[in-house]
Design a protein around this ligand. Structure first.
Ligand code: HEC
Ligand code: HEC
Length: 373
């Protein structure tokens, strides 16, 4: 049998590999800024779905894609490493022992990242398939794990890339190119696998169409009706509160301050930030329970939890904009914005938050207005 270029990596495996790279990179680019949470979550869904596919393909796929062809024991790993050090590591058509281990570790870490991501999304953000099933605390707790796993994964990815480059040099073959074309030079034709081109194209098409579907809101949004990808829960509402407390400014939802703050505010109506407020007994009888029952302690939104946690127990702030959480979230906003007439005041929440009226203050509802025009 002659030695010629042969297909080693079928198309589904290659599509999986490069889409995994793309989704991992997208997740890193978008993790830091809550405004990109929607894209980060997309990257996560894609990442997890790809892993699920890979586990199936590892069982039923073509020869080199199957897990059992690269499930090496530890001795093979040490032998391979010794070989590398003495400059005569044996060439493997499929994954070498170290590469095989790296892949199993990455697949496992990937699953852990995906699962903890779903926990954060469900618990802390109140979205995704686990919404309503897990507590806020579990959600925030999972975030630490999510991040640690992601960092470990990044380290392994870097090791993997160096491994691939190293092996390419040692054996004088471009392994990155192989993962693109699926082919390797100088292998026995008998080792060639089926390309499964149709399945590969199908995978690509599914990912492309679902991405279009997921992001369709951005494609059809207009300046008058901006797209808000995640909608918060529908919060308790009250007509009296809306009309009385929304008279001079946005009716700030009760979830934005703790009970004691609303209590104090209602007790000091004669000096409400320089204004004198007067309500009859009936109005007060409606305002008071509405404000108290739905205060930050209710934990109805992410902001409620976080505002509440950021206030020391011996403090009773009357301003949302003076709470530690609010300050932390807005400290990065340039003075240019605060000085601009479109915003004018920190309390003008609706200038930047599409859902200020609803009181949900979702990450994805933030849109800094265009102050250049
Ligand atoms: C007559 C006008 C008026 C009415 C009615 C009014 N407020 Fe205010 N409120 C103000 C002014 C003025 C400020 C200070 C705004 C600023 O600094 O930008 C303020 C500030 C606030 C703030 C602090 C905002 C922050 O975080 O800096 C809260 C909370 C608030 N009002 C709640 C209420 C509630 C609850 C009611 C209904 C019971 C209410 N207001 C009714 C005039 C009013
Ligand atoms: C000048 C625009 C602007 C104004 C005005 C503004 N915000 Fe924000 N707000 C932002 C931006 C931008 C962020 C996102 C910061 C980040 O990326 O973490 C944010 C974040 C938040 C968050 C955190 C959301 C989350 O889940 O991470 C809350 C809650 C919030 N704002 C509440 C308010 C309230 C209440 C007001 C009015 C009293 C207000 N904001 C006024 C721009 C604004």
């Amino acid at each position: 049998m002659k030695a010629a270029p042969a297909i080693i990596w079928d198309l589904p495996t290659r599509v999986f590999h490069w889409l995994l790279v793309i989704s991992f990179a997208l997740a890193w680019i978008t993790f830091d800024d809550n405004r990109y949470l929607f894209a980060h979550v997309y990257a996560g869904y894609l990442f997890l779905s790809l892993l699920v596919f890979r586990f199936v393909w590892g069982a039923v796929g073509t020869h080199y894609a199957r897990f059992r062809t690269f499930a090496y024991d530890w001795t093979s790993v040490t032998d391979y490493l010794k070989g590398l050090l003495s400059g005569k590591a044996s060439r493997h058509i499929g994954h070498n022992p170290v590469g095989g281990w790296a892949i199993f570790i990455m697949l496992t870490l990937g699953l852990l990242i995906g699962i903890t991501g779903l926990l954060v999304l469900g618990g802390e953000e109140g979205h995704g398939p686990l919404r309503g099933l897990i507590s806020f605390e579990i959600g925030t707790g999972s975030k630490e794990f999510h991040e640690v796993f992601a960092w470990i994964m990044l380290v392994i990815v870097i090791v993997h890339v160096f491994g691939v480059i190293g092996e390419s040099i040692v054996h004088r073959e471009n392994l990155i190119w192989s993962m693109l074309t699926g082919r390797k030079e100088d292998v026995l034709e008998a080792t060639q696998v089926r390309g499964h081109g149709l399945l590969g194209v199908l995978l690509l098409t599914i990912v492309f169409v679902s991405a279009l579907f997921y992001f369709r809101g951005y494609l059809i949004e207009t300046t008058d009706s901006p797209f808000q990808p995640f909608r918060g829960p529908s919060l308790p509402d009250n007509a009296t509160w809306r009309s009385e407390c929304g008279d001079c400014h946005l009716a700030f939802h009760p979830t934005l301050l703790p009970k004691r703050s609303w209590q104090l505010m209602l007790n000091t109506l004669d000096d409400h930030f320089g204004e004198q407020l007067e309500y009859d007994v009936e109005t007060l009888a409606e305002l008071k329970p509405f404000l108290i029952e739905n205060a930050a302690e209710s934990g109805l939104t992410e902001a409620a939890h976080k505002v509440n946690r950021s206030i020391a127990s011996d403090q009773t702030p009357l301003r949302i904009t003076k709470t530690k959480y609010w300050v932390k979230k807005h400290i990065g906003i340039n003075d240019e914005y605060w000085d601009n007439e479109k915003i004018a005041s920190k309390t003008n929440c609706e200038a930047c938050h599409l859902d200020a009226e609803e009181g949900t203050f979702e990450d994805s509802g933030m849109r800094l207005p265009n102050i250049k025009k």
